[in-house]
Design a protein around this ligand. Structure first.
Ligand SMILES: Cc1ncc(COP(=O)(O)O)c(C=O)c1O
Length: 398
């Protein structure tokens, strides 16, 4: 790994096999750097060489990863559990939250379903009432959105589930203010942070986020199949261990290493959120994630945020000139890493997306928006190429 060049903002040297001329789909699936691939390979090679003896090495790595993740999101390492993806973290929270029958959960219409379905399932299981408000109103009419939130909270809400950044508009939700309003009324807040972590500064403690879940394959720039879930430390003990597995017991590994007498299933389940780490999991993915998070720490999330927004400023201005409508917030506080636009009248968004990808501009078309999501390796010098592709694609569709 030490022979690889250091990462640098605007430099894709660490992505030597990347094919698209411009890769702007990190909000979909990020491209892993050579560093990330090397970290995953190291784990596979270690197991290939040592088999079971490699296991304790990589169990220990998880502690280091949690410390780095904690630093990234303003959490406490002991209040983090490693998971498979964003959804698994939210499912676990929904199943383990200390519900009382009749509790109300506030969800948002227009959110990515990862932060809706698990709460709906919990409602079915635990006899909860689900209420919905509109997510997009926070972008289009914040006063009305906060009024609606206040009215819902007045009727009694136990938990509000919200995304830090909306996947189709790229709007950065006012999570800190939402959390403050919720706490004033005794409600807690669970945040899907997968469209934010890595490109938008997040600080669970300062933002008042009670629970947070995030997957690794978007803005964290690692591989699929990993994620983490975190809670404010004071909430961990109240979680019900409804998803605990064999690794959730206190001293649950002793029977494998310390002789007879330790094979017991009556050991208490840990009172820390890592009881959610149920069984053997994605060790290579966690090593890859550590390499990806190291890179984010080296470059700094605020610097990455500023860089991608410079890229987005230029592309947005050019798209507006070409008749696109932008969903990007005019206020910097509402901006994430994604630039989401609607095509000019008469241009089919899905067809345009296909034409762009074919010509080498990787982007996405979630829920009808054309979404461009650059990250730290995107150079400002690739903007001419991106705009050339856009003009060619528009011409081909005309
Ligand atoms: C806001 C949001 N949440 C969750 C997901 C899916 O998360 P995962 O596949 O990590 O469960 C996505 C996109 O895939 C998303 O945009």
């Amino acid at each position: 790994m030490s022979t690889l060049p250091a990462p640098a903002i605007g430099d894709r040297t660490l992505f030597p096999t990347l094919r698209p001329l411009v890769y702007a789909n990190h909000a979909g699936i990020a491209v892993p750097s050579a560093r990330v691939l090397a970290a995953a390979t190291t784990v596979h090679e270690d197991y290939a060489a040592r088999g079971f003896e490699a296991f304790p090495t990589w169990i220990a790595q998880r502690r280091r990863l949690k410390e780095k993740l904690a630093r990234l999101v303003g959490a406490v390492p002991d209040a983090i559990a490693l998971t498979q993806n964003t959804t698994r973290g939210l499912v676990n929270l929904a199943l383990c939250f200390p519900w009382t029958r009749g509790d109300r959960v506030l969800l948002f219409r227009g959110e990515f379903p990862a932060n809706v379905t698990p709460w709906q399932r919990a409602a079915e299981l635990f006899g909860l009432d689900v209420v919905f408000e509109d997510a997009d109103t926070f972008r289009t009419d914040p006063e009305a959105a906060f009024d609606a939130l206040a009215r819902a909270l007045d009727r009694g809400i136990r938990l509000v589930a919200v995304s830090a950044v909306e996947f189709q508009t790229g709007f950065r939700m006012p999570v800190r203010t939402i959390a403050a309003r919720c706490h004033e009324r005794g409600a807690q807040v669970a945040v899907d942070a997968v469209q934010a972590c890595g490109v938008v500064p997040i600080d669970m403690a300062a933002d008042g986020i009670d629970y947070l879940s995030c997957g690794s394959h978007k803005w964290l720039m690692s591989l699929e199949g990993c994620g983490f879930v975190a809670c404010a430390p004071e909430h961990a003990a109240a979680l019900r261990p409804n998803v605990a597995g064999w690794l959730g017991h206190e001293d649950g590994l002793k029977f494998l290493f310390e002789g007879p007498g330790h094979l017991r299933t009556d050991r208490p389940i840990r009172k820390t959120i890592d009881f959610m780490e149920d069984g053997n999991s994605n060790t290579a993915g966690f090593a890859a994630l550590e390499a990806a998070v190291d890179t984010l720490h080296e470059l700094g999330v605020p610097a990455i945020h500023a860089h991608v927004n410079r890229w987005n400023d230029a592309v947005e201005a050019a798209l507006l000139e070409r008749g696109f409508t932008s969903a990007r917030a005019t206020d910097a506080a509402g901006r994430s890493g994604s630039l989401c636009v609607l095509p000019p009248a008469g241009v089919d968004g899905v067809g345009l997306h296909r034409a762009l990808v074919k010509r080498g501009l990787a982007c996405a078309v979630p829920d009808g928006y054309l979404r461009l999501s650059p990250h730290w390796p995107n150079a400002l010098s690739e903007l001419d190429t991106a705009l050339g592709i856009i003009d060619e694609a528009l011409g081909a569709l005309a």
